[in-house]
Design a binder for this molecule. Sequence first.
Ligand code: SF4
Ligand code: SF4
Length: 206
Amino acid sequence: MRYPKLRELAEAVKAVIKGPYTSKFPVEPHVPHPNFRGQPEFNRDKCLGCLSCEEACPSSAIAHEDVLEGVDVPKRVMIHYTDDCIFCGVCQDACIRESDDKAIVLGNKWELSYFDRSKAYETIEKELQLCEICGTVVATKDHLLWLARMVGELSFSNPTLYLSRLRELGLADNNLEPVHPDKWRSDRIKVLCAECRRKTTTYEDE
Ligand code: SF4
Ligand code: SF4
């Protein structure tokens, strides 16, 4: 007959006194370790819809769709495919917000099974700002406002940023009509995409 070693005996006595290492899930709820790296979660209020996390995600678990047709307000839908996510945390690192105020953070959600895999995603929506000349997407309104706040008074050198700020404060109207008949120069004080901004700056008669 083989006798247990001393180390095994000590472990057995410890288990009797302290209880087992394993949890009784699913009979009892499982509480993950505080350092557990689980599914990342968007903070709907803090997220700017800037797409930095989507660019950085190594497994294409983050995507977006800009919805411009058939809606009252154009919007960007950010999508996180939870079944593609590998919980690496790169999105959290890449988030452009301050390090103590990230808009996507690894949480402690761990029970992620689905009966229908097509439902394994979550979305958030952000209002878009379109170019006031050509109608292409400039950025989300939250992103422009955040940029204006970050650069402070320097935003007054950029009509797109300072108009975003003034409109938030209710001090400027949308889509101001040009007072001058020429097509580009009189459109300078508007929210514009890079191409239309270039044309208003390097104006040439067409
Ligand atoms: S944790 Fe990694 S895989 Fe998951 S969304 Fe973030 S970057 Fe992508
Ligand atoms: S990088 Fe941060 S702020 Fe930008 S879309 Fe992703 S979560 Fe939102």
